[in-house]
Design a protein around this ligand. Structure first.
Ligand SMILES: NC(=O)c1ccc[n+]([C@@H]2O[C@H](COP(=O)([O-])OP(=O)(O)OC[C@H]3O[C@@H](n4cnc5c(N)ncnc54)[C@H](OP(=O)(O)O)[C@@H]3O)[C@@H](O)[C@H]2O)c1
Length: 312
């Protein structure tokens, strides 16, 4: 089968589409024939080892596994003998490892679920990372019904997840984005939208129960006056997190957010999608063969929602 691989850390050009051995599912795994996958900021982070700490997990000098990709959507091709819920032929989506490939093995207990009726593989491959990251981080921030939540960077993949998940949790959502994305973000359910080119939310006198920096560009020190005295600030950016680790020693309002992809969250997402209460946002779609170009685009930090890779 063909899979995207990389033998060293570096720019998008280190990625290669190569023939590799097709994986064989273990007893508790399903083999999925991938129809669509994606290029995410996490994939770019793994590929470039942007944060040195990632090398502790992936390999100090070179990546140990050498495959890439988190999100997938496709059909179950075969199952191990201990698999009880997934059935051959099921259309499924979720989060895995090395998913920029024609086939991937996924554990049944990991985030994998049936694709809701009427969704395309491309749509299904675009939603899990942003939505599950937002669910994980908003849960850590303790969002409750009626809370005032501000989502900064509301047009990125975690941002569009943050707006929609916070609405699902019953929050009053203020989204912050750039002028071209105001209508999109409002259509996702934001109660208020602040265009950061025109207004500075840190100077509007409002305070929020949760300030969620979904794009990793707004440090706690810059927005601490907007966080209610018993409120919480949380960010997606590992660099800002270390910075905020120091701040957190001083202020109990800054949280170190660590994303955990939970199967239960994917099942909740599937229900929301089925009910029309969550909308995928896809910026661009590339064929798997154009993965280098896709990574170059993701690294502009300008994508709106997700970048999908189709697998023919
Ligand atoms: N490095 C890693 O390993 C890693 C892994 C996972 C997640 N993360 C963190 O997760 C964050 C979110 O990922 P993502 O995929 O959701 O991001 P993303 O989709 O790449 O975010 C892009 C969006 O953010 C907006 N944006 C860019 N700069 C902004 C700014 N200064 N203020 C407000 N909005 C801005 C852009 O629109 P406009 O510019 O038009 O406003 C664009 O719509 C990343 O930024 C990163 O910090 C990092």
């Amino acid at each position: 089968m063909r899979a995207v691989t990389y033998g060293r850390y570096g720019p998008p050009e280190v990625l290669r589409l190569r023939d590799v051995e097709r994986p064989t599912p273990k007893d508790d795994e399903a083999l999925v024939r991938v129809r669509a996958t994606s290029a995410t900021r996490s994939d770019c982070g793994r590929r470039s080892a942007e944060y040195f700490v990632s090398r502790l997990l992936l390999g100090i000098f070179r990546p140990r596994e050498g495959t890439i990709g988190l999100e997938f959507a496709g059909e179950v091709e075969s199952v191990g003998k201990a698999v009880t819920e997934l059935v051959v032929g099921d259309p499924v989506f979720g989060i895995g490892s090395g998913t920029n490939a024609e086939y991937v093995c996924v554990e049944e207990s990991e985030p994998v679920a049936r694709i809701p009726d009427g969704m395309t593989f491309e749509e299904a491959a675009s939603v899990a990372d942003g939505a599950l990251s937002a669910m994980s981080l908003l849960r850590q921030a303790g969002v409750e019904t009626g809370d005032r939540v501000l989502v900064y960077g509301a047009s990125g993949s975690i941002g569009v997840g943050g707006v929609q998940v916070a609405k699902h949790l019953g929050a009053h959502v203020t989204a912050v984005c750039n002028t071209p994305n105001v209508d999109l973000v409002r259509s996702l359910g934001a109660d208020e939208v602040i265009d950061y080119l025109k207004d500075d939310f840190t100077r509007n006198g409002e305070t929020y129960d949760v300030v969620f920096d979904a794009v990793g560009k707004h440090a706690f020190l810059r927005c601490r006056r907007s966080v209610a005295s018993d409120g919480t600030y949380i960010t997606t950016d590992p660099g800002l997190m270390w910075h905020d680790a120091v701040v957190a020693l001083i202020s109990r309002r800054a949280r170190l957010g660590i994303v955990r992809y939970e199967k239960q969250d994917l099942l909740t997402l599937a229900e929301l999608l089925q009910a029309g209460a969550y909308r995928p946002v896809i910026d661009r779609t590339y064929p798997l063969e154009a993965v280098v170009e896709a990574h170059r685009y993701v690294e502009t930090h300008q994508k709106t929602g997700s970048v999908v890779l189709t697998v023919s």
